[in-house]
Design a protein around this ligand. Structure first.
Ligand code: ADP
Length: 261
């Protein structure tokens, strides 16, 4: 049966994965997928075996960002996900299965949720140090089911300055709290721009409110990432593995590792 005695969806097996973490956001476009991919890159550079389950079924961007092109292959034990070219990050995404990646996935919530569950259950993630689940944005049916049905160790929340003003991000945090998934930390993306001439930080949206949120919820803020044209350019070319703003990656990875249970 897929539900427990109380009718709650039963969590999948752990598959010997060291840490399973969901990356979520209050709404789309804040850089959730970029942060998922950067976290994977940072951890892989430190020698971890990392996988990303691209749960953003209607807006899958992980394979394109990391230049993953191979097809998942079948084996008697399950589906073997293809790997990124340089760091060998395993990736499973609906985009790897679509014949035409520009065609939309027009599916209703339950079908999306089931696909994500299959991407967990039927894929050979076994033996990874960290599996990162790039959640669908927001707090609708699909992210909710994923949070309920995967054996998550924690939740990383990605937010942007404008999202912080509206406190949309807190909806995602409340969702995690309601489902008893520990919030490991916050990542503020596109927090500032760097002047190309003098290196000064320019806060395009005014002073950051990340500290306010961090205090209110008693969760650390791991990192504030700048708006970085190099980042979006590498993403667009499928070369995110080559991102070399090491201080940004270090903040992200150390914040994350520091919170590992
Ligand atoms: P989400 O997963 O929240 O929808 P994405 O990670 O797909 O957001 O990011 C949306 C777009 O913004 C992408 O084109 C990405 O390359 C760009 N982007 C995200 N974060 C940054 C950043 N810090 N600097 C520059 N561009 C960024």
């Amino acid at each position: 049966s897929t539900t427990d005695k109380c009718g709650m969806p039963q969590k999948g097996q752990r598959k010997g994965i060291g840490m399973i973490v969901a990356v979520g956001s209050g709404k789309g476009g804040v850089g959730k997928s970029s942060v998922s991919a950067l976290l994977a890159v940072g951890l892989a550079r430190r020698g971890q075996k990392v996988g990303i389950l691209d749960g953003d079924i209607t807006g899958p961007s992980i394979p394109a960002m990391l230049g993953v092109k191979g097809l998942p292959t079948g084996s008697p034990l399950g589906i073997v996900p293809p790997k990124s070219p340089t760091l060998g990050i395993s990736v499973m995404s609906i985009n790897l299965l679509l014949e035409d990646a520009t065609k939309p996935v027009v599916w209703r919530g339950p079908v999306i949720s089931n696909t994500i569950k299959q991407f967990y259950e039927e894929v050979l993630w076994d033996g990874l140090d960290t599996l990162i689940v790039d959640l669908p944005p927001g707090t609708a049916d699909a992210p909710l089911t994923v949070m309920q049905s995967l054996p998550l160790d924690g939740f990383v929340v990605v937010t942007s300055p404008q999202d912080l003003v509206g406190m949309v991000v807190e909806k995602a945090m409340h969702m995690a709290q309601m489902l008893n998934v520990p919030i490991l930390g916050l990542v503020e993306n596109m927090a500032y721009a760097l002047c190309p001439h003098c290196g000064q930080r320019i806060q395009l949206f005014g002073p950051s409110r990340i500290e306010e949120l961090s205090k209110k919820w008693w969760v650390p803020s791991f990192a504030s990432l700048p708006i970085d044209p190099v980042l979006s350019n590498l993403s667009d070319r499928g070369l995110l593995e080559e991102y070399h703003n090491q201080s940004v990656l270090d903040d992200l990875v150390e914040g994350f590792l520091g919170r590992k249970p």
